[in-house]
Design a protein around this ligand. Structure first.
Ligand code: A3P
Length: 320
């Protein structure tokens, strides 16, 4: 990984407001600032070519897009890496892994100039809400994907991610503490439920925006079908055989190996030295059962369902 952001806690410019205290009673929390109602990691200005985080987010709304750009939108840990590699292969028409990591196409980590400089065809990805994306996403009716995952597996995956991150982003609390944060808004990227409700409302307000909703679990159950659905949505005439080859090349095992052997650097040092940090941890449905007690799971359901009961989102929690 490239630049090292572990040197010292960099401080926000006062123009950008207070750094909120997102620590719990044990002192464990997230190094974020609040932008447009959502807590987002304070990305070191050196990553953003000297641009301050809030200015960066304001500037990317003005980014110039190409008509055939593609956006993958998702809450963290719902399968963005997987889908990104699938789309890149489908677009290129070859079974060739991207040497670049998907973080080089992540809005949160590249400046506006960087976004505009990405060579075509471009598959961007982001955890930002629709209202925070370049305005041209809606204006140009850019094709968007929303990949979702059951919130308990997303929570487990995000916990494992956060605890291995490099300081000051690392989460030092335990899984129970993390789950409490995950169910609140006091969390990097806010709560998953709010993310989904915002997404739904913002997409409804942009009815001409082409969006394909995908679920991590469907992709696990039948990767070939998902690859075909993706190709069709993109208007590609990929053959059945090619879609099967893409699904196979993007299996968890193969992508993990490729990640270890040939991927380039991310714009930011993500994993702390000495930690196992990886984007390819288990790749399963239902790992949450190894993390939640029955009581914790019931409490999670109660809070999640209370907020999401009329939302229409339905998730699969077991690998049947
Ligand atoms: P786990 O932590 O549960 O293993 P994201 O790409 O959005 O950061 O999501 C990462 C999650 O997707 C991780 O989940 C990772 O293992 C899983 N994943 C990545 N590539 C995958 C693939 N090809 N098949 C299945 N799961 C994959």
């Amino acid at each position: 990984m490239s630049s090292d952001n572990s040197d010292e806690k960099f401080v926000m410019d006062p123009d950008h407001g207070e750094i909120p205290d997102l620590r719990n009673s044990k002192g464990h929390g997230f190094y974020c600032f609040k932008h447009d109602g959502v807590y987002l990691y304070i990305v070191h200005p050196s990553v953003l070519k000297g641009v301050r985080p809030a200015d960066h987010l304001r500037s990317i709304k003005e980014a110039e897009l190409k008509d055939d750009d593609i956006f993958i939108c998702a809450y963290p840990k719902c399968g963005t890496h997987w889908l990104w590699e699938v789309i890149e292969m489908l677009k290129s028409g070859t079974i060739k892994y991207q040497k670049d990591v998907k973080e080089t196409r992540m809005l949160e980590l590249i400046s506006k100039d960087g976004i505009e400089a990405v060579p075509q065809p471009r598959v961007f990805n982001t955890h930002l809400h629709l209202r925070m994306l370049p305005k041209q996403v809606v204006e140009k009716k850019i094709k968007c994907f929303q990949i979702m995952r059951n919130p308990k597996d997303a929570c487990v995956s995000f916990f494992n991610h956060c605890r291995d991150m490099t300081p000051p982003y690392d989460y030092e609390g335990d899984f129970v503490e993390f789950t409490e944060a995950f169910l609140s808004e006091k969390m990097a990227f806010g709560s998953y439920s709010t993310y989904l409700l915002s997404w739904k409302a913002e997409v409804a307000a942009a009815p001409e925006l082409p969006v394909l909703d995908l679920f991590y679990e469907d992709m696990k159950f039948d990767p070939v079908k998902t690859v075909k659905d993706v190709a069709r949505f993109l208007g590609l005439s990929s053959t059945d055989q090619f879609c099967e080859e893409v699904a196979d090349a993007c299996s968890f095992k193969k992508m993990k190996k490729v990640d270890q052997e040939m991927k380039g650097d991310a714009p930011i040092k993500i994993w702390a030295d000495g930690k196992e940090g990886t984007f390819y941890r288990k790749g399963e449905i239902g790992d949450w059962k190894n993390w939640f007690t029955v009581a914790e799971s019931e409490r999670f359901d109660q809070i999640w369902n209370a907020k999401m009961k009329d939302s229409g989102f339905k998730f699969t929690y077991t690998p049947v």
